[in-house]
Design a binder for this molecule. Structure first.
Ligand code: TA6
Length: 287
């Protein structure tokens, strides 16, 4: 079942329910901000202080960073993570092939505003499949006469029970750029979080697994060779207007990306797709 709704502050979104899960997708930014399998906790984290308002970025769910990840490479005053996440997408298609699956396709094309920020003719489509797992595909089509280089991320905020009790597997022996120290390091062993963490990993092709108390979250990707691990920790959590001092404790971003060295060059008339496939399962407790 799919219902078109609007938040009190004017954010239009789709409220989706099928036999597997519930989900909420804002037309602005094609931003999925809720996904929850029945009989399971929400997979994604959404800040209690996040605006759900037209024109305001949502803090949580899966923001779409496009056509650049992070700060613009030479115009730092442009919005961080590009302009897609606050742009009005068009609802292109909704399919309910059966009671277990819901497919939504949203589209954004260049506009006078986008051409002012990024002078290239494009179309992006976001295909979201709500089922026993969550699949999001961001497809960029180059409608320009020149090659376009993009960096992008499906900036997933995962809900965790306690950030200090989780482990992240699948990044072992890869190299990462530490955004906090501007150093390149190698990941030795599993990732644990006990301080502010902001890392862009390269050569990431294995399944990333978040181990959390009694739940495992699997993150698979296609069309991606990089991933970001981010937790703001205490000070930044307190300082951000759309987070609380304790927000950092129950969220972890593991982002499926084409970031930094993994940026993608798309020839005229060609396309590139970045896909994240997210799923979770409860773990039996010992004893
Ligand atoms: O993905 C990590 C990151 O680039 C961090 O540096 C932090 O800025 C985070 O994204 C959130 O960015 P935002 O623009 O959504 O506040």
């Amino acid at each position: 079942m799919i219902t078109e709704k609007e938040s009190p502050d004017g954010l239009q979104y789709l409220d989706i329910t099928n036999r597997n899960a519930t989900a909420k997708i804002a037309l602005q930014g094609a931003h999925l901000f809720h996904y929850q399998q029945h009989h399971n906790a929400p997979l994604l984290w959404l800040s209690d202080k996040s605006p759900l308002a037209s024109g305001r970025a949502i803090r949580g769910g899966v923001p779409i960073c496009w056509p650049w990840f992070g700060k613009h490479f030479n115009m730092p005053l442009l919005p961080q993570h590009g302009f897609a996440r606050t742009s009005p997408f068009r609802l292109l298609q909704v399919n309910e092939p059966d009671n277990d699956n819901t497919e939504v396709v949203l589209q954004l094309k260049n506009s006078p505003e986008s051409l002012h920020l990024w002078p290239l003719h494009f179309e992006i489509q976001v295909h979201i499949n709500i089922a026993a797992s969550l699949r999001i595909t961001l497809t960029t089509v180059n409608h320009d006469s020149t090659p376009m280089t993009i960096s992008a991320a499906l900036h997933s905020y995962f809900a965790v029970s306690d950030i200090e009790n989780i482990s992240v597997k699948g990044l072992e022996n890869t190299t990462y750029w530490d955004a906090l120290t501007n150093e390149i390091r190698t990941q030795n062993g599993i990732v644990t979080i006990n301080k502010a963490t902001d890392r862009v990993y390269q050569n990431v092709y294995d399944t990333i697994v978040i181990g959390d108390h009694n739940r495992q979250i699997d993150i698979n990707s296609q069309g991606s060779g990089s991933a970001i691990v981010w937790n703001p920790w205490i000070d930044k959590s307190r300082a951000m207007s759309d987070m609380t001092a304790n927000s950092y404790k129950t969220m972890l971003c593991i982002e499926t990306a084409n970031a930094r060295e993994d940026k993608r060059k798309i020839a005229p008339g060609k396309s590139h797709s970045l896909t994240a496939i997210l799923s979770s399962r409860q773990l039996l407790q010992d004893g």
